[in-house]
Design a protein around this ligand. Structure first.
Ligand code: ANZ
Ligand code: ZN
Length: 802
């Protein structure tokens, strides 16, 4: 037989697919939209880790194609952002040029995977035809009151010299460069994602997503129920509002803490405390968020003022401390050291009284060494004594509301989205500032507002983007009153384009609309979204917000973008270290493709482990997959011309193979699909030997089952088996439960040579199972100890009893 030659076969079928695309919309098929998270076209190229996600999504896509769907399986480029700009600063190359080079390079590398991407749908977020719509969405949000300006201390990366969203700060450091993030007071464009908090939370129920990701989103949205309680300031007619989720502990509030940024922080300072308070406020403002988060030791300053606990009239000192965040709740808290860890620590350090109001098992704890945070029975709480604290927690807010000292509230951790960047390589925010008319959007018909050329990409560090230096661009006229006006010079964050790109794929050449309603309804939403889990609270939340907004303004009819989500694990280098150029542990796919072929590498990418888990890469393992492919090749090519009738055994094997492969595919257990293939391949080889060959239908079935995984090989073998068109024109094989069953045989069960019963068992039953079935059938007839058990396959079970 002709040996397997991956080079020739893969070349042949690539050319063939180009001429005769296998995924076509005949208008009758149902659609299936399988989406990859589109890549950032970096200059580093693809390594075997990048392959994994693309292979997983392609296998799934080809499987869906074989199930008869018309596939939406697009690819594009998330190409705005800091790396291209940093490269421009270093090398002096315009980001548009380096981006185009990188795109061309990565596209070539992605094509090596042989995924069925529909390149006609390709999008690039830096293409004016694309960002026209990114800007259009912004204008619509502005008109809907969801985009607004605000000056406040934002997260600031001193190295990238730009503001960052909360989501871009990881453990207090810049997500991009790892530099500790500080605060800077800047005018920002904000998107009011908080207006969608409740829907973003509730609609998680609709989604077939990993529970882990849903939990991360709901924690990020962070809804909590509690009360706002007013504390009067002693000797003043002013009050301070606190937010608490534990109103049941109100009697135990022995002090109050305000965030240093709280509006009343300064005025609460008494004469003798003023200098100390101002010093503390200043120091807190200089502290980076890392320090604030990581400080082990609590710090604080007493303001010299007191508040009145509204429930019992107790006078409690008011402190400032940076463990209270300015932008959560009311920025002020009532402190209950007996029942809150942070308050306990603070009270211990500054010698503030601790009053226990919840008793553990009904008894007061003597000499508390730590806060008691669990529920219990209320004590030292006047009229509430003896009540269960959980009941009080539920009922108290309403009671306080009735007495006019509080209000039932819910709070969200989710903040509005800081949407401006002081950088060059992003979509210009389409706003014009007019002294008379305020912020005015660029008229929709004038979009796209093109990013102008600049001389220097260097961030200015003054809080203005490099665009601010281009006078001819900045100076314009107001679209409303025609007076001289200035353009907004901030650009959008990288997330802007990726928040909606999946919509554009289904109508990527439309120059009239973002997407036509007809196409949107026909092809969207996305059925399966595949990508890394690192996007759980960033991109995946923003996309949901954008989709809901576009739904609300009537652009699309659905309000969730991604019905199903799959997060693949990472491929790591030795010892689980992330593959990256900087770590020097990158494995390039090129040599492997050259030596083993694309099909082998595709299968090996899956074989390395459960797709949802991280897997350590080891080149050597690919040999096993390559051997399997060769053995399968030989099996098919050796047997394709024999005219063999399928035996009952072979039919059974075929149906079981269809069943096992399909079931594992359906449950996304793609690594075990590969091992099942190996197992069935061996079984087919053995049976073919026994029976002098293997029937065509079994061979064809195996070739179709393998097609999503090894498409070139399958096409070639399909052709050799006499198939007239592509293997992907077939429909996915179905199994027949009846045909999968083992034959049954009747077996006499003897005790000491005497037949006592007859059992029906599968012909291929194991010895243990046959004897167990035999024993059960004659259980009431066994009178002594069994000293020997015999099973002659398909003939007899004999028990020797003494
Ligand atoms: C009194 C109390 C007693 C509290 C007790 C807790 C335990 P979540 O669940 O995260 O919403 N808090 C409120 N605003 C804060 C802010 N701006 N910065 C820091 N902490 C703040 O937490 C709400 C609880 O966190 C609130 O309930 C408040 O402390 C604190 F035994 O009030 B609690
Ligand atoms: Zn004007």
């Amino acid at each position: 037989a002709v040996p397997y030659n991956h080079k020739a076969i893969e070349k042949k079928w690539r050319q063939n697919w180009e001429k005769n695309p296998v995924n076509v919309d005949d208008g009758k098929k149902q659609k299936y939209y399988c989406l990859d998270m589109f890549p950032y076209p970096s200059g580093n190229g693809l390594h075997v880790g990048h392959w994994r996600g693309y292979v997983i999504s392609d296998v799934w896509s080809r499987y869906k194609m074989l199930q008869g769907y018309y596939l939406i399986h697009p690819m594009g480029w998330d190409a705005f952002g800091l790396p291209a700009e940093n490269y421009a600063i270093k090398m002096g190359v315009h980001p548009a040029i380096s981006t185009a080079e990188n795109v061309a390079n990565i596209k070539r590398q992605i094509n090596e995977i042989a995924a069925v991407y529909d390149w006609d749908r390709e999008v690039n977020t830096t293409d004016p035809d694309f960002y026209k719509w990114t800007q259009w969405i912004f204008v619509k949000m502005f008109k809907a009151g969801l985009a607004y300006e605000k000056e406040f201390p934002i997260n600031w990366c001193p190295s990238c010299k730009t503001g960052l969203a909360n989501e871009e700060v990881v453990n207090g450091a810049c997500e991009r460069c790892g530099t500790p993030v500080t605060k800077k007071n800047l005018r920002q464009w904000m998107l009011k994602i908080t207006a969608y908090a409740e829907r973003l939370l509730n609609d998680l129920d609709k989604l077939d997503w990993p529970e882990k990701v849903k939990k991360m989103q709901s924690d990020w949205i962070g809804k909590s129920h509690g009360a706002e309680i007013d504390f009067e300031i002693d000797g003043s007619d002013k009050t301070v509002k606190v937010y608490t989720t534990r109103p049941d502990t109100l009697y135990g509030a022995t002090f109050m803490v305000l965030a240093p940024e709280h509006a009343m922080a300064k005025e609460l300072a008494s004469e003798e405390k003023r200098a100390e308070v101002e010093d503390y406020i200043f120091k807190a403002s200089m502290k980076s968020s890392v320090d604030r988060l990581q400080d082990k030791e609590k710090t604080g300053v007493f303001t010299g003022s007191y508040a009145i606990n509204p429930i019992n009239g107790a006078k409690v000192p008011i402190w400032l401390s940076d463990y209270v965040l300015a932008d959560y709740g009311t920025g002020a808290i009532m402190c209950v050291p007996a029942h809150d860890d942070r308050d306990f620590e603070f009270a211990r350090k500054f010698d503030i009284p601790i009053i226990q109001v919840i008793a553990k098992d009904g008894v007061e704890i003597e000499n508390m060494t730590e806060a008691y945070t669990a529920p219990g029975i209320m004590i030292n709480s006047g009229e509430f004594n003896g009540m269960n604290s959980e009941d009080a927690k539920r009922d108290l807010p309403e009671m306080l509301e009735k007495r006019g000292i509080g209000k039932v509230t819910t709070n969200y951790k989710l903040r509005d989205w800081v949407f401006s960047r002081q950088r060059y390589w992003g979509e210009p925010i389409p706003i014009i500032h007019c002294d008379h008319c305020g912020a005015v959007p660029v008229p929709e018909e004038e979009l796209p507002l093109r990013l102008p050329e600049v001389e220097s990409y260097q961030p200015t560090g003054t809080g203005e983007s490099p665009l601010a230096a281009i006078d001819e661009w900045v100076n314009t006229t107001c679209p409303v009153c025609g007076r001289p006006a200035k353009r907004e010079t901030n650009t959008m964050p990288q997330w802007a384009g990726s928040s909606w790109y999946f919509l554009r794929y289904v109508d990527s050449h439309n120059d009239k609309e973002l997407v036509s309603r007809e196409k949107a309804n026909k092809y969207l939403p996305v059925d399966m979204y595949i990508g890394g889990v690192e996007h759980a609270v960033l991109h995946l939340l923003y996309s949901r917000f954008y989709t809901k907004f576009l739904h609300d303004i009537g652009v699309v009819d659905f309000d969730e973008p991604f019905a199903k989500l799959f997060n693949q694990g990472m491929i790591t280098g030795k010892n689980g270290i992330k593959m990256s150029k900087s770590k020097g542990n990158v494995v390039s796919p090129d040599d492997l493709v050259r030596d083993y072929g694309c099909d082998s590498l595709r299968m090996y990418e899956l074989f390395v482990g459960p797709p949802e888990l991280d897997a350590e890469w080891d080149d050597r393992g690919i040999d096993g997959v390559y051997r399997f492919i060769n053995r399968f090749w030989t099996l098919v090519t050796d047997n394709k011309d024999k005219d063999v009738q399928a035996s009952k055994e072979m039919v059974k094997l075929r149906h079981r193979m269809v069943h096992d492969i399909t079931q594992r595919l359906e449950s996304f257990s793609l690594n075990t699909v590969i091992s099942k293939f190996m197992e069935y391949n061996n079984k087919m080889i053995d049976l073919a030997k026994e029976e002098g060959g293997i029937d065509k239908e079994t061979l064809k079935t195996a070739v179709i089952l393998l097609a999503p995984f090894a498409p070139h090989l399958s096409e070639e073998l399909w052709e050799q088996l006499g198939g007239s068109s592509s293997v992907f024109e077939n429909t996915w094989p179905e199994h027949d439960e009846e045909a999968m069953k083992d034959d049954e045989v009747e077996v006499p069960v003897q005790i000491n040579g005497k037949t006592r019963a007859v059992i029906k068992v599968p012909a291929e039953i194991s010895k243990e199972d046959a004897i167990a079935a035999g024993k059960a059938a004659v259980a009431d007839k066994i009178t002594g100890n069994i000293i020997k058990e015999i099973y002659v396959p398909k003939k007899i079970v004999n028990l020797v009893v003494k």
